[in-house]
Design a protein around this ligand. Sequence first.
Ligand SMILES: NC(=O)c1ccc[n+]([C@@H]2O[C@H](COP(=O)([O-])OP(=O)(O)OC[C@H]3O[C@@H](n4cnc5c(N)ncnc54)[C@H](OP(=O)(O)O)[C@@H]3O)[C@@H](O)[C@H]2O)c1
Length: 181
Amino acid sequence: MNKNLIALVTGANAGLGFATAKKFCDNGITTYVNGRNKEKTLQACEELGPNAKPFILDLNNLDEIPEAVAKLAEEAGKIDILVNNAGINMKKEFLEVTNDEFQNILHTNVLALFAVSREVAKVMKKNNYGSIIRRISAKPLDRRMALTISKFSRSRRECMPSMSSCIEYLLVLLSEAIVIS
Ligand SMILES: NC(=O)c1ccc[n+]([C@@H]2O[C@H](COP(=O)([O-])OP(=O)(O)OC[C@H]3O[C@@H](n4cnc5c(N)ncnc54)[C@H](OP(=O)(O)O)[C@@H]3O)[C@@H](O)[C@H]2O)c1
């Protein structure tokens, strides 16, 4: 594998993001490991070895994303790969989901993802190269509606008839717009 690649994996201090970062690091890709918990993120980098670099940022702080990404790009020189992995889940019945809870899910799983992708895409455009990968969920529309919608789960067609509001169209358009790899 090309040893000069630079990757950013969001939510990479644990779980699937960590596994993705590990694969990258093991293949010689310099990987920025994102997480909001500093200790956990530094610990993950230590476990991942010298190719891992911490990128500590709560992606819900949308205003901080442009400067943080620009700083990373300045340090690394470029960003070749973005894996939008960070995400939150809520195992709750649809009828019990509050507006605030739904908004929280959308904030992390959609808005933050959009903001990071936009800033990284600016860097990639300058370099005329880059891949943006979005981790979704294979779960179809079910009682865990908040997760399903925010992750554009398995079939958008399955979601369409059930969700008449325009927000879903917006989300679908957004998802098409930001997957540029
Ligand atoms: N596990 C599954 O079965 C499954 C299936 C399909 C899809 N997915 C999706 O795959 C992704 C990873 O899932 P997982 O189970 O590995 O998750 P996880 O173990 O709960 O890890 C989530 C990661 O996201 C980070 N994160 C969450 N909110 C963040 C924020 N605002 N800013 C920065 N980092 C944030 C966490 O970092 P901190 O600890 O520092 O907050 C953590 O590193 C998620 O998007 C999930 O929806 C998971």
